[in-house]
Each structure stands twice: as C-alpha cells, then as structure tokens.
Design a binder for this molecule. Structure first.
Ligand code: ASP
Length: 328
C-alpha cells in the first residue's frame, strides 16, 4: 500500500479508536458502581458529607456511588491511593483543606495535588467548633484558657492526623493561646468524637457537620465556633474570635478529585451529578442544618476547585513552615 495511504489508514483507525473510547464513555458511562473515597473513618464530617451526597448522585447517575473509607496519615493515604487508581471514571476522592496542606506537612508525599488529579468541583464550606469533654472543669473559653495555662501538661487534644483539619485547628488554637498540648491522633474525627463523648480525651476541634448534634444535646463542653463570624445554623454560638482569640478563622472547604487522565465525559457527568445533588431540597436542608455552606456557582467547576487548591496550597505553605510542623 502506498506510504501516504497506509499513514492515512493508520490515522483513521487511531481516530476511530479514540472516538470509540470517548463514545463508549459518553454513551454508557457509568456502567458500574462508582467509588467515592473518603480519607477518614466512617462517621466523621467528611464521611457525613459524602454519604449525604451519594444518595441523590446514585439516582442521577443510574449507578451506585459507593462511599469507601480509606483512613490514615491525615488523609494522605487515600489521596495517594486515588492518585494511582485507574483513571477510568470509577474512582473519585472527596477531601478537604488537607489536599492543600499535605505538600507542606509531608516531606516525602508520593503525589502532587496540583498535577496528579483531575478536578470535579468544590462542594461545601464547613465551620469548626472547639469542644471539651463534658466534665472538663472549664465552662467557657475564658475559663479554658486559664485552665490550660495551669494544666497544659495534663490536657490532650484529639485530631485525625497530620493533614487533618482537626489537627490544623488544634495547631492554630495552641498558637493563639500560647500553650502546647499533647495531641492524640485518630483515624478520623468520628472515632475522636466517640473518645471525647466517653471522656477519654479532653479537647477536639471538629466540623459542625458532626458536632452540631452533640452541642445541641449538651453532651460536650462548647467553647466557640472557629469562623470569624457567627454561623446561621447556631446563631447563639459565640466565635473564638469574638471571645478574645482575635483573627481566629478556620473554615473547611471540600473538593472532589479523580485520577489524572480520567475521561472528560466521566468528569462532566460527575460534576453534573454533584451540582444536581447540591440543589436537591433534602440535601440543601441537611447541609443548612449541619452548618455546611454550599459553595457558589463559580466554585462548582473544575477550575473553581483547581485554582482554589493552588491558592490555598500557596497560602498554607509559609504558615506551616513557620509553625515548624512536618512529617518526614
Ligand atoms: N474531616 C476529617 C474527618 O472527617 C477530620 C479532620 O480532617 O480533622 O474525620
């Protein structure tokens, strides 16, 4: 066959191959259940958000969105797992600020959040709350600061590992009060909350998605909300900022990611399903009651997540460096 003709034939076949793969995804994706990996133990705030969203997403995608908890190392084990998963459109990760802090916290991180993933969308922003075990002597933030100054060596703070926002919040709190505390890591703030409720740890900073129910039930000491302004879901709850920890402002943002190379059609369908879920009345009500704020339209896009992740990675780097916190 004439060389030009064989070249054209080859090119046509190659184009057909690409077209058929893309068409295959476009026409039939998803053809099997989709994994949504949660980088913390079941029951924690990340898990709660994932499971609330998985119900309407399963319906709109026509396949189950199966939440899979893969805890460990402050969320980095799960992120590494998803980064190296098959980019076939059936594995996704939901994660929070930890995607931006891990590169500064872990000197040997096996993945790069800014290059090893595709980006689906941001999801919700969630405030945090500083809590104590029910029988901790300090009844409010002022009493807690006095108590900590006199008993720092006897008080511990639970968190979900280096890279978890409960650890980040604990770091910011310790710096703001000028004391050091023993910290106790858990596989997620689900188990950490169980330990707090059982009186096995003294303090926990966790997201309102999980803590609202316990604050309202009076089963923990409540010291303050971590955002600068009070939150609509608990307007009576004072912030740490207004109680004297000036500038205390920790909020948790969430994104959905896929392995680099995941087909565009799969990313688009997941984005559409996520957007629809965030407009589902049951989801809107649940998120509102849990103090979670659905992000605006501009953030419900791949670039809305990618550009935010880049900004946050750059923002956290000097803060973490100056705190001298890292893992080899
Ligand atoms: N968000 C984590 C969880 O769901 C906890 C954390 O990051 O502190 O367990």
């Amino acid at each position: 066959m004439h060389p030009i003709r064989s070249f054209l034939a080859g090119a046509a076949l190659a184009a057909l191959g690409v077209l058929s793969a893309a068409t295959a995804v476009a026409q039939t994706y998803p053809t099997k259940p989709i994994k949504l990996v949660v980088p913390f133990a079941a029951g924690g705030p990340t898990d709660i958000v994932a499971r609330v969203l998985s119900v309407p997403m399963s319906k709109s995608l026509g396949q189950s969105v199966v939440v899979e908890n893969k805890p460990g190392a402050g969320g980095t084990l799960a992120a590494a797992h998803v980064a190296t998963s098959a980019p076939d459109g059936y594995t996704f990760l939901i994660h929070h600020n930890g995607m931006a802090t891990a590169p500064s916290l872990y000197r040997k991180l096996s993945y790069n959040p800014l290059t090893d993933f595709e980006y689906v969308s941001q999801v919700v922003d969630v405030p945090m709350t500083l809590l104590g075990r029910k029988d901790l002597p300090a009844k409010n933030l002022a009493e807690l600061v006095t108590y900590l100054k006199a008993n720092a060596d006897k008080v511990n703070l639970a968190h979900a590992g280096l890279g978890a926002v409960s650890h980040l919040c604990g770091m910011v709190f310790r710096k703001a009060v000028g004391i050091d505390l023993t910290t106790v890591p858990y596989q997620g703030t689900g188990p950490a909350m169980t330990a707090l409720l059982g009186g096995h740890v003294d303090l926990l900073c966790d997201q309102t998605t999980q803590t609202t129910q316990h604050i309202k039930a009076g089963s923990v000491r409540f010291y303050g909300v971590t955002t600068e302004e009070r939150i609509k879901s608990m307007p009576e709850a004072p912030t740490l900022n207004e109680q004297g920890l000036k500038g205390f402002d920790v909020k948790v943002w969430h994104g959905v990611y896929a392995p680099k190379g995941t087909p565009a059609e799969a990313l688009q369908k997941m984005n559409a399903a996520l957007r629809a879920a965030l407009q589902d009345p049951a989801v809107v009500t649940r998120m509102r009651d849990l103090g979670a704020e659905i992000v605006p339209e501009s953030k419900l896009t791949p670039d809305g997540l990618r550009s935010w992740l880049k900004l946050e990675t750059e923002r956290y780097a000097p803060l973490i460096k100056s705190a001298g916190v890292y893992a080899d």
